[in-house]
Design a protein around this ligand. Structure first.
Ligand SMILES: [Zn+2]
Length: 303
């Protein structure tokens, strides 16, 4: 029966997929990485295997599924563009999900919008700008508890806000997008340049913890870029709070205070900067947002 059973949330990311299944009695989570090949057929098989593995250890029925997706989908649920995994263009995602969950309602939503909803709910704030920093930069705006721009009108793409028109190229084809300055890979590239040798995530964390100049300078630029985008959005929608999350940000406690400092410096007289908070759900905001979509609702064909 579709209206009962556990809720399954799936967060489809650029490098990995997180799953969480829960009901009134318990919860299970799992994560798998996409195959290195970037072949969409291998990705499809990996998704099938990841779902099958979770359902093997969860012996109760699944009643509803919510999926957080970074890709743009058309009305039929086909991927129109995903710069993070370009091979997915044209993939029939809705068809794949129907195949995986033939008798269960499945709803998809933009991962940034869903993360913003989940974080706004956890923070108890009605008007929120959420920015997720990971493989890319995503985010969402929630006003009065609803995502902006709203159903059927596309998603909030804060990562593609142009903050410097002569800035570095973005994988969307434009120059100077926030994502081109502040994504995890962009930050690590800058860190490597400043350090004069390759720098991975752990080395950046270590460099920040031990006060290395190259690490601090690399993150300072990321914080400044985020604050520049945030002040622009703030001038338009006046959020009560700005929440910074995403997998890359989750392990860097220096990032939120950095954004806060830059944002304060950008505030205008009479228009104080909104508070900047770390995401409460850490790297799991989109996954919990996907679970919000999986709330069982009576199906149209219910007896
Ligand atoms: Zn862009």
């Amino acid at each position: 029966m579709s209206g009962s059973g556990a809720r399954l949330g799936i967060d489809i990311g650029g490098t990995k997929v997180a799953l969480r299944i829960e009901d009134g009695h318990g919860a299970r989570e799992s994560v798998f990485r996409w195959p290195a090949s970037a072949d969409p057929r291998a990705d499809r098989d990996a998704l099938r295997a990841g779902v099958a593995e979770l359902r093997r250890v969860w012996d109760r029925p699944v009643g509803a599924v919510g999926v957080a997706v970074p890709a743009a989908l058309d009305a039929a649920g086909r991927v129109t563009a995903w710069p993070g995994r370009p091979g997915w263009a044209g993939l029939d995602l809705r068809g794949l999900l129907r195949e995986l969950f033939p008798a269960v309602p499945v709803r998809c939503g933009d991962d940034g919008d869903l993360a913003a909803l989940a974080e706004a709910g956890h923070a108890g704030v009605r008007h929120v700008l959420y920015v997720g920093v990971g493989t890319g930069v995503g985010g969402g705006i929630v006003l009065d508890g609803a995502p902006v721009p709203g159903p059927g009108r596309g998603s909030c793409e804060v990562g593609h806000l142009v903050i410097d028109r002569s800035g570095p190229p973005c994988d969307c084809g434009r120059r100077g997008c926030l994502q081109a300055f502040a994504s995890g890979p962009a930050t690590l590239r800058r860190a490597a340049r400043l350090r004069g040798e390759p720098a991975g995530y752990d080395e950046l964390r270590e460099g920040l913890a031990t006060g290395r100049i190259w690490a601090r300078a690399a993150l300072r630029e990321t914080s400044a870029a985020l604050a520049t985008a945030v002040i622009g959005v703030t001038e338009l929608v006046r959020p009560d709070a700005v929440i910074i999350g995403g997998g890359f940000a989750a392990g860097l406690p220096e990032l939120v205070p950095g954004v806060r400092d830059h944002l304060r410096a950008l505030a205008r007289p009479g228009f104080p900067a909104p508070p900047v908070l770390p995401a409460r759900l850490g790297a799991l905001s989109s996954l919990h947002g996907a679970l919000l979509l999986a709330k069982p609702t009576p199906p149209a064909d219910a007896p």
